[in-house]
Design a protein around this ligand. Structure first.
Ligand code: BEZ
Length: 247
């Protein structure tokens, strides 16, 4: 089921693509290059890559996000594709992905698809949630669910460490050039409630509409000591950023 809400994403979660601009710098897109943007969302970073003169294909698993991206950037090319099932074969000079790969449960299939999509000598520049990502936030949610006597749903997210992700890329024929795992405490303009509404659809579904507000208040109470700083909510994001090359 497509639970993505492009309006809420663009209104309250623009920080996702704003932080991703640094990764576009690492990608160094050049005029005339063909570049694949995996998990492009509403397309802001796809457009920045295109602005460098590259020919970009933005893909996303969410029909709603692809529709929004097409609306935002009608001149660019977007496709609704599941990154663990992509079939591109030696078509791109570079593959880029920001804040998307941690959503893909079959990470091996996504790595294999990205490697296959690259031309020989092609580059990969990706950033995703890394080992330890949103640990405090998830803990606050799990404790609130336990208080409501609800079993925590299986996590939809995959947060690998450097060794795990780099080895996986190597197994698919990529040479890892740089890897970093770092904290990025991220202010949430819409607070924890909007973050959960945006990304925790499955959790809210099990909580139910009538208990939603009480549940969010409980998550806030649980999270406050760790995630409330100087009058704003922070997400305890940790990023894994990797660049690699196909031999
Ligand atoms: C992240 O970007 O790390 C993230 C976003 C939504 C849910 C979980 C993690």
């Amino acid at each position: 089921m497509d639970t993505w809400d492009p309006a809420l994403y663009q209104e309250k979660h623009a920080f996702v693509w704003k932080y991703g601009q640094e990764l576009v710098g690492l990608l160094e897109p050049r005029p005339g290059e063909r570049i694949l943007d995996v998990g492009c969302g509403p397309g802001q970073l796809t457009a920045q890559i295109a602005a460098a003169g590259a020919e970009v294909t933005g893909i996303d698993n969410s029909a709603a996000m692809v529709a929004e991206a097409r609306k935002n950037y009608p001149a660019l090319h977007f496709e609704e594709v599941d990154a663990s099932r992509m079939k591109y074969d030696r078509e791109f000079h570079a593959v880029f992905s920001n804040a998307a790969l941690h959503w893909i449960r079959d990470a091996g299939a996504a790595a294999s698809g990205m490697a296959r999509a690259l031309l020989p000598g092609g580059r990969l520049a990706v950033e995703l949630g890394g080992k330890g990502n949103v640990e405090q936030l998830q803990d606050a949610i799990a404790r609130a669910l336990a208080g409501f006597r609800i079993k925590t749903p299986e996590s939809p997210w995959f947060y690998p460490g450097i060794g795990e992700y780099a080895s996986m890329l190597e197994r698919h024929g990529l040479e890892v050039n740089s890897a970093a795992l770092f904290d990025r405490p991220t202010p949430l303009p819409g607070g924890l409630g909007d973050w959960i509404a945006m990304f925790g659809g499955r959790i809210l579904a099990v909580v139910g509409a009538e208990r939603r507000e009480a549940f969010i208040r409980q998550v806030e109470e649980n999270a406050k000591p760790a995630l409330w700083r100087d009058g704003e909510w922070l997400a305890d994001y940790r990023r894994l950023r990797i660049t690699a090359k196909k031999g």
